[in-house]
Design a protein around this ligand. Structure first.
Ligand SMILES: Nc1ncnc2c1ncn2[C@@H]1O[C@H](COP(=O)(O)OP(=O)(O)OP(=O)(O)O)[C@@H](O)[C@H]1O
Ligand SMILES: [Mg+2]
Length: 253
């Protein structure tokens, strides 16, 4: 059975695309057949995060009825499959996000998990991703504006019948002014906490290198947090595989 999971935030810029690229790469690294799809039709950048060159067939062609979605699948070197969106302004003309749920039906059976990178906000584009998915992960930063918008996403998912798996709190610095874990979960109707991903400069370095941070810097704190989330999502445990000298040092201490 193919699981379709949308990653949604409400507020823009909180880390959806970064999380989708890395969660997908982590699941693919665990042997899962994963497709990540850029459902951000107006300002797509999943392909940029993954270093994908311009691809001849995109989601825009599919939504315009010019191609089948299975022909828009790009094989990334990491084993991850990617359905990029068209990045030119011309691609935008005549595209209708409401046909996304229908287009995705042709992907059933083509992967274990399809992860949708939703657009910012809760407008038509983000709604289409939520409608197309069976499950949703809501992502936020530990601040009031982001959590307020995340709550709207949770409520909207409820209305659409999309199951919220839980929340990922991204860019946690552990500073005094940040919202605390309990405050965030309390505001979000006590949904599950899937992960707290720390603020990590390696994430930004990886984006500049157009490589998922879990590959660019496997031992970065953010990489561990994302791989742990991936493992939990498919019911596996996650252990940090430290080199022998670090394990010995930890034991002696
Ligand atoms: N854990 C992190 N540590 C440090 N920087 C991060 C982290 N996560 C994301 N960022 C930074 O935040 C920026 C925005 O992230 P991203 O593009 O993934 O957000 P988004 O929610 O997809 O944005 P949009 O709503 O515009 O689609 C990244 O370019 C990166 O610089
Ligand atoms: Mg994005």
């Amino acid at each position: 059975m193919t699981r379709i999971i949308a990653v949604v935030s409400g507020k823009g810029g909180v880390g959806k695309t970064t999380f989708v690229a890395n969660l997908g790469a982590a699941l693919a690294g665990m042997g899962k057949n994963v497709i990540v799809l850029d459902a951000n039709l107006t300002t797509p950048n999943l392909g940029i995060h993954l270093g994908i060159p311009l691809f001849p067939i995109t989601l825009h062609d599919v939504l315009k009825g010019r191609a089948n979605i299975r022909d828009a699948i790009y094989d990334h070197e990491s084993g991850l499959k990617v359905i990029p969106a068209g990045i030119s302004l011309r691609d935008l003309r005549g595209v209708d996000s409401s046909s996304l749920p229908n287009a995705l039906l042709d992907l059933l059976g083509a992967a274990d998990i399809v992860i949708l990178d939703a657009a910012a906000g809760l407008g038509r584009e983000a709604l289409a991703a939520m409608e197309a998915a069976d499950e949703m992960i809501v992502i936020t930063n530990p601040d009031l504006p982001a959590v307020t918008d995340a709550l709207k996403a949770v409520k909207l998912a409820e209305q659409l019948g999309t199951k919220t798996l839980g929340v990922v709190v991204n860019r946690v610095k552990g500073q005094k002014h940040e919202m605390r874990r309990e405050e965030i979960l309390g505001m979000l109707d006590d949904i599950s906490l899937l992960a707290e991903v720390p603020e990590d400069i390696n994430v930004q370095k990886a984006i500049a290198a157009r490589v998922p941070v879990i590959h660019h810097k496997p031992n970065a704190q953010a990489s561990h947090a994302i791989r742990r989330t991936a493992a939990a999502l498919v019911g596996r445990s996650y252990f940090i595989d430290k080199p022998w000298h670090q394990r010995l040092f930890g034991f002696l201490r």
